[in-house]
Design a binder for this molecule. Sequence first.
Ligand code: NAP
Length: 253
Amino acid sequence: MNTSFDGKTALVTGAGSGIGRATAQAYARAGASVVLADLDEAAAQAAADELTSQGHRAIAVRCDVSDETDVAAMVAQTVSAFGRLDMAFNGAGLHVPVTETADALAEDFDLAIAVNLRGVWNCMKHELRQMRQQRSGAIVNCSSQSGIVGTAGLGAYTASKHGVIGLTKSAALEYAPLGIQINVVCPGTTDTPMVQKAVADAPEHMDTIIKEIPTGRLGRAEEIASAVVWLSSPGAAFMVGQAVVPDGGYTVR
Ligand code: NAP
């Protein structure tokens, strides 16, 4: 695959860490100017500084994706810095504690939905206002293998990630006639700070997780980023509302 994003602008949420950071790097290496947005402003700035020190064009923006005002400002800053918005990876997300449904907390349910689902809705809404004017663009939302199958103890997270696939399919149908491509990536368990934090209290869980992955290893953030870059590229122009699942085979067992 020879993808060139020269002259194009990419926006990445959750770009301070893990999959988002790897995706921002991949967009930059393909030639795009990149806006790195994250709740953790220092992490976004460090990731942007790394790219600019390598000769890429990048800026950092603080944004809480669950706050529509922040999201509108993030898109406005992108257009003000680079003049347009060609690609967006809506990667910001979080895990909530593993709990059986009868004991789950309403606050955790609300947080998972606010960030993982409403956050993607907020981002798509404002990204599409710009892309609709341009009559071009590509959006890749971030779901999960938990958007495809259920996971015991992860009801709120699973609901949020199933919802992202529904949002993606509906928006993709609305904007396909304009040539705006919208798809969703559903990573399997990937070696990022989110996963390291999730198993920090019980490291033995990692062995169980790995045993359930047919490849016998966790995914790498770069492997998810390469799927996102392809879904953002002209090579994927005939993909409409599709879920691409780089999960080491977890969901095909
Ligand atoms: P990560 O390393 O924790 O990175 C996520 C980033 O998003 C963090 O920098 C986090 O900031 C930021 N973030 C959290 N809430 C935010 C908000 N409200 N607004 C803006 N930014 C926010 O996680 P990751 O593993 O790379 O996950 C990236 C995406 O992939 C998520 O949507 C996740 O659900 C999905 N995913 C991950 C896996 C996996 O195994 N890693 C599997 C399937 C799907 P803070 O650190 O300050 O919270």
